[in-house]
Ligand binder design. Structure first.
Ligand SMILES: [Fe+2]
Length: 199
């Protein structure tokens, strides 16, 4: 399956700052994504993006929503159109005249797959949170206490076990940390206390 997007320009610069409302984003989310595990993953990444934007980048509510929206919709087409993954949601957001930075963040969330380089901090953090949060969530599901009491060393041990959450790309995680200029330990410790909320 070839998922490379084959281009590097996304959206129209004239649409800078234009976002979906939360209601509009939720409509796409629930119309397109029926798989509850995928929904939870997307909500987890959205929450992490929002927390990072506000706590680490000092962004206001409106700018943090741009980050959160990128997280919320980054896998929106994976459930129903896996052979058009990334392409379909990118085109949908372009047709709705959404801020090109949000579209680009989604387009670059898997540079080794989609062939689009993460450039902005938003791009890089979406890429960084995507796979690692999946592994940490898988780890929480096998712990009786879930996220409670989870430690850095436990996550690192699971990362080293290739058979654990084998679909989570360790290569992507290492590449994402490099690009974002963030230590793996710091990223893990940011994710653990900000667990996903169902519903
Ligand atoms: Fe994802």
């Amino acid at each position: 399956m070839i998922l490379a997007l084959g281009r590097n320009e996304f959206g129209n610069p004239a649409n800078a700052g234009k976002t979906l409302t939360r209601e509009e984003a939720n409509t796409i989310f629930y119309d397109w994504v029926k798989n509850e595990r995928l929904q939870l993953h997307m909500k987890q990444v959205a929450h992490l993006m929002k927390c990072w934007a506000m706590e680490k980048e000092g962004l206001n509510d409106a700018d943090a929503w741009r980050w959160e929206m990128a997280g919320l919709l980054h896998d929106a087409d994976w459930d129903q159109w896996p052979d058009q993954h990334c392409k379909k949601i990118v085109e949908e957001l372009e047709s709705r005249n959404i801020d090109p930075e949000i579209i680009r963040a989604i387009a670059s969330h898997g540079p080794l797959h989609f062939g689009v380089e993460p450039i902005t901090k938003m791009d890089k953090m979406l890429y960084a949170f995507d796979e690692l949060s999946g592994l940490i969530h898988a780890y929480s599901l096998m712990r009786p206490e879930g996220y409670t009491g989870m430690e850095l060393k436990g996550v690192k041990k699971r990362l080293k076990e290739k058979s654990f959450a084998a679909n989570v790309s360790r290569e992507d995680i290492a590449d994402a940390c490099n690009r974002a200029g963030i230590e793996l330990d710091e990223l893990i410790q940011f994710i653990i206390p900000r667990q996903p909320q169902a519903g």
